[in-house]
Structure formats: C-alpha cells, structure tokens
Design a protein around this ligand. Structure first.
Ligand code: ZN
Length: 99
C-alpha cells in the first residue's frame, strides 16, 4: 500500500493541515468507530485517510484495526461479530482517552 503525500500546498494561509493537539486525533479516533463499520461518507473517509497519512500515531493504531477488518472482508465466511465490533469500539475509545 503506497502512501500518498498531499500535493496541494496553500501558501499564505495560516491554517494547520493537521491539528494534532486537541481536536484532530480525538475526532479521527471517534470517526474510526464508524469507519470500521463502513458508515462514513466518502468525504469523511478522505479526511480520515489524509489525517492518517500525516499522523503516525493514528495510522499505527488503525493499521491493526484495518488488518482485522480487511481479513474479515476477504473472507466472506468470517464477518465481524457484534462482540468484535464492541471490542474494537472499546479499543478506539481507550486510545482516544489516552490522548
Ligand atoms: Zn492523529
């Protein structure tokens, strides 16, 4: 999987692309809960992917999550059980609280 670097760069606008301190990671982690369930719009998915590209912490966290999800998707017989989803949500919330 190749990482995409943002090619657009706005100059003169003091707007941080990645707000790491308060809002950024926490918001992304919350969205990840829906992300694993495929409940997000393409727009939000894009936001998440962009954040993950710029944030090693979130990317690292998601990679294990994503691995599980994709394993399930590639194997039609093994769907995420409600228990699995609950466990993932708990992990996400824990990660979010730790920040
Ligand atoms: Zn982050």
């Amino acid at each position: 999987m190749a990482k995409r670097r943002p090619t657009q760069r706005k100059t003169g606008t003091p707007q941080p692309a990645h707000q790491h301190e308060m809002g950024g990671c926490l918001r992304i982690l919350r969205e990840l809960s829906a992300y694993i369930d495929d409940e997000l719009s393409a727009d939000v998915c894009r936001q998440i992917r962009r954040h993950l590209g710029a944030c090693p912490h979130c990317e690292d966290f998601l990679s294990s999550l994503r691995q599980t999800v994709s394993l399930c998707r590639h194997a039609p017989a093994a769907a995420l059980s409600p228990a699995d989803r609950t466990r993932m949500r708990e992990k996400i919330l824990q990660a979010a609280r730790a920040r």
